[in-house]
Design a protein around this ligand. Structure first.
Ligand code: UDP
Length: 470
């Protein structure tokens, strides 16, 4: 009777709302367009479960269910452990619980595939154990994926820190990448995160296929290289942009959108640094003063400053955010042009609004794709993870963003912030970036249309899965 039931897919997201979001959209497409049912099996450390549960619960009318695995503990880790270390350990410490869950699913459904995302490669072994097809959803750029396959070689053939390499790495068909722009865990060979990432890179080849959250017209060179290189690279499927389509529920009355309704077309800069980004007090002040100096309209999603890291909000709900940390008088002086929003805004709806003319972003890949889908040009201000690499793609490769520069102390100064904003919103360069963005927006629409390349790629994967266990 199992053959009569719809094929079932298990999805194992690594921590981070930015990882869960596109996987949820992927799940919806599999259910709605391809008649799959889906179970999310979620490794976690016990934090940030409420927002996740809320989005997942909203899916219960579709054939999408979820289970949280028992939370892992980080008590034994040093205070300065990198988020990549924690993300990786969340998964490896959950493997035996995952195995139990997969066993149950495999007995009760026609389980054809298990999908993991960027840090989930060790879970691919569990899929294989149960003769379930091991797949990967890569939530970042095709260039990023190409770099992952290149890293083991680079690791063997260099001994210095990558940031000290005199020449950029030239991956075939891609924009040159300096070592200093590599993802964070590759910046220090002595950090445990480095070893873990190299191990991870070596295991990517064990996926039966890799779906990438990007599209051919955005990164033609990288996708061609992923195909041509053959050796050790599984079939790669460009299925993106897979992004949040926006939730209408409860959003209509949102303060940001009501405020945007009252502003002129294309006049507002949206300022937000993803789900985890934070600044030092000094940097926060410079940003605030820069916004003020620019004289332009803005919505700024702010979080309490953090002295030591740039991703303080990633694993924790943060303290109550009372805005007392903003420069004296800032709110009063900018009240006619600016809206300051503590912690979270409906980003997709904001980017979709006619009044939004630019986005000052940390270059998270979801934010990048959301901007492309809505044709909004960018100021690229990367903070952590692979964001510096995304900045290079956006500024040098796609030419849809202005990149910020830090001073010798690593601070982006207020005067510069003001200049970037003016250049983007009213300058000639901004016009060029906007035009480029519009082109990518059109291309993105086409790849997602019924006969579009990304739609077809996902259909191809679905077809392969449907043929399994028949
Ligand atoms: N997001 C949002 N409101 C906010 C901040 C973020 O809706 O105030 C959403 C954003 O639309 C995106 C995700 O959170 O879908 C952030 O993902 P991204 O990859 O850009 O960055 P990350 O949070 O993973 O660093």
């Amino acid at each position: 009777h199992k053959l009569l039931t719809p094929p079932h897919v298990a999805i194992v997201p690594t921590p981070g709302i930015g990882h869960l979001t596109p996987l949820i959209e992927l799940a919806k497409r599999l259910v709605v367009h391809h008649n799959f049912s889906v179970t999310f099996i979620i490794p976690n450390d016990g934090s940030l479960l409420t927002p996740q549960r809320k989005v997942l619960e909203a899916l219960s009318s579709l054939s999408i269910s979820y289970v949280f695995l028992p939370p892992v503990s980080f008590d034994d880790l040093p205070d300065d452990a990198m988020i990549e270390t924690k993300i990786g350990l969340t998964l490896t410490r959950s493997l035996s619980a995952l195995r139990d869950s997969v066993r149950v699913l495999n007995e009760s459904t026609r389980l054809v595939s298990l999908i993991v995302d960027v840090f989930g490669v060790d879970a691919l072994d569990v899929a294989v154990e149960f003769q379930v097809s091991p797949y990967m959803f890569f939530p970042s750029s095709a260039i990023g994926l190409l770099l992952i396959f290149h890293m083991p070689h680079l690791h063997e053939t260099t001994s210095c820190e990558y940031r000290d390499m005199p020449e950029p790495v030239q991956l075939p068909g891609c924009v040159p990448l300096h070592g200093r722009d590599f993802p964070d865990p590759l910046q220090d060979r002595t950090n445990p995160a480095y070893k873990a990432v190299i191990h991870m890179c070596k295991k990517y080849g064990s996926a039966a296929g890799i779906m990438v959250n990007s599209f051919v017209d955005l990164e033609p060179g990288a996708f061609k290289a992923l195909k041509d290189q053959g050796r050790g690279i599984p079939p790669v499927y460009p299925v993106g942009p897979v992004i949040k389509t926006g939730s209408i529920d409860g959003i209509d009355g949102n303060e940001c959108l009501r405020w945007l309704d009252k502003q002129p077309n294309g006049s507002v800069l949206f300022v937000s640094f993803g789900s985890g980004g934070t600044f030092s007090q000094e940097q926060l002040n410079e940003l605030a003063l820069g916004l003020e100096l620019s004289g332009h309209r803005f919505i700024w999603v702010v979080r309490s400053p953090n002295k030591t890291v740039k991703n303080a909000a990633f694993f924790s709900e943060g303290e109550e955010n009372l805005l007392g940390f903003l420069p004296n008088g800032f709110l009063e002086r900018t009240k006619d042009v600016g809206l300051v929003v503590p912690t979270w805004a409906p980003q997709v709806e904001v980017l979709n609004h006619r009044s939004t003319g630019g986005f000052l972003t940390h270059c998270g890949w979801n934010s990048t794709l959301e901007s492309i889908m809505h044709g909004v040009p960018l100021i690229a201000w990367p903070l952590y993870a692979e964001q510096k690499m995304n900045k290079v793609i956006l500024v040098d490769g796609l030419k849809v963003a202005l990149g910020v520069k830090e001073n010798k102390k690593g601070i982006v100064e207020s005067q510069d912030v003001a200049n970037y904003i003016r250049d983007l919103i009213e300058g000639d360069e901004g016009k060029l970036l906007r035009k480029k963005m519009e082109e990518y927006k059109e291309a993105a629409k086409l790849v997602l249309a019924e006969e579009g390349s990304s739609t077809k790629s996902l259909a191809e994967v679905a077809q392969i899965w449907k043929g399994l266990k028949n």
